[in-house]
Write a protein that binds this ligand. Sequence first.
Ligand code: AMP
Length: 178
Amino acid sequence: MSIDSLVALVRTIPDFPKPGIQFRDVTTLLADGAGFAELVERMAAIARPLDPDLFVGIEARGFILGAALSQALGKGFVPVRKAGKLPGRTVGIDYVLEYGTDRLELHEGQVPEGTRVILVDDLIATGGTAIAAAQLLREQGAAVLMALFAVDLPDLGGMAALEAEGVAAQAIIVFDGD
Ligand code: AMP
């Protein structure tokens, strides 16, 4: 499947969740069997040569792609969740949003020191979420090999911000001008 066909499967919903935001909805791509397989194959082709120990997916759509990649490469999957969702003992990181702060958590001990991980989410916008997740993983002593996304919105600068933090980043689909 061509990259243009893949891009066409992402639905754009204007003014969600607030006026002026173009929400890039990947659920339409995931609902298409050939499209989902193509996306995962393209992401797996980037991840495979790095031979990670684990994929770490960010709640919630990062779970879908992270789990698919883990299965494709025969690697483990670990979730990073919003505060208060994980049942076991957690380690976490607070990070600043446009308004207020948020917190990401990880089960203690699930990413042992020295683990080679690839961070996965559906989309990178400002990069705030992915940078916080990468910091949390590094605090555990993990090597964050890269951050991998289905969609990049380059105008919001997230990929560049991640790279400035020393985290290599790649995305399959790019929407310019958002
Ligand atoms: P950020 O921390 O700004 O990079 O935001 C990334 C997170 O917010 C990801 O988990 C995305 O799923 C979600 N997100 C932010 N902006 C959009 C958008 N325009 N369309 C879809 N999802 C978005």
